[in-house]
Design a protein around this ligand. Structure first.
Ligand SMILES: *Cc1c(COP(=O)(O)O)cnc(C)c1O
Length: 236
């Protein structure tokens, strides 16, 4: 059922986020067109993805394989074709192959095994995936990401995979810490990787609460969920 009130609400939230991005760019002299907004639609229904696509959103982010696979498969083909789908969640090596069948970008590669599985699955489907190396800025194993010092070696491994295209790095700012400092560290790691791989110039950082700090640190991709879609329904 078409829900006009939901679409209007999403449109207002999206406007507000675009304004925040424009202000953040103006403050540091960046061109807003160099910043890609990814609407994180995890836990929200496919109807919201359709509303967002109609409102001009071209990138969505998902973080759970089963939910994401079903949601993307159920989208009308013309909507799916206009979207770039980013996987931003932790991947288990036994699920990574499935993600390779329906996403365009995997932002959360944090160990060689995941790169190997993605490469094999993408190759089998004649697909090429854009890949970011996820960096752990918190130093607490478990939330995903590779230690900053180990990220360049993993990037080198991704770059060797024929069906993967190394595009850069992704990170989540640690809870309770200054996001500006964390994103500065991420920018350093990104620079080290770019020295060896000049095309790997994506820096995915910044969410609803810290997108301004991410823009200031040079983020090229922002992953914004609740500021666009509202507070998330409980995980099912
Ligand atoms: C959920 C999620 C986001 C979006 O978070 P919000 O605070 O709702 O904007 C961004 N990045 C990752 C990796 C996520 O899992």
């Amino acid at each position: 059922m078409y829900d006009a009130a939901r679409r209007a609400g999403l449109a207002a939230n999206l406007d507000a986020v675009h304004q925040r991005i424009e202000r953040a760019c103006a403050l540091v002299g960046r061109d807003p067109s160099a910043v890609t907004l990814i609407a994180v639609t995890k836990y929200f229904p496919g109807s919201d993805v359709e509303h967002l696509a109609a409102l001009g959103v071209r990138h969505i982010g998902e973080n759970r394989d089963q939910e994401a696979g079903e949601k993307v498969a159920a989208l009308p083909p013309d909507v799916r074709d206009r979207l770039t789908v980013h996987f931003i969640g932790q991947l288990q090596s036994n699920k990574a192959g499935h993600a390779a069948t329906y996403v365009d970008v995997v932002q959360s590669v944090d160990r060689p095994k995941i790169a190997t599985v993605l490469d094999r699955a993408a190759h089998a489907r004649n697909r090429t995936l854009d890949v970011l190396v996820q960096v752990d800025l918190a130093g607490t194993a478990g939330r995903g990401g590779i230690a900053p010092d180990d990220a360049p070696a993993l990037a080198g491994r991704v770059a060797q995979c024929a069906a993967l295209r190394l595009r850069g790095v992704m990170a989540v700012a640690p809870l309770g810490a200054d996001p500006a400092a964390a994103f500065a560290r991420l920018a350093e790691v990104a620079g080290a990787i770019r020295a060896d791989h000049p095309d790997a110039d994506w820096l995915s950082a910044g969410m609803s609460g810290d997108l301004e700090q991410a823009v200031a640190a040079g983020a090229t991709h922002l992953r914004v969920g609740s500021a666009i879609l509202g507070s998330r329904p409980l995980a099912r």
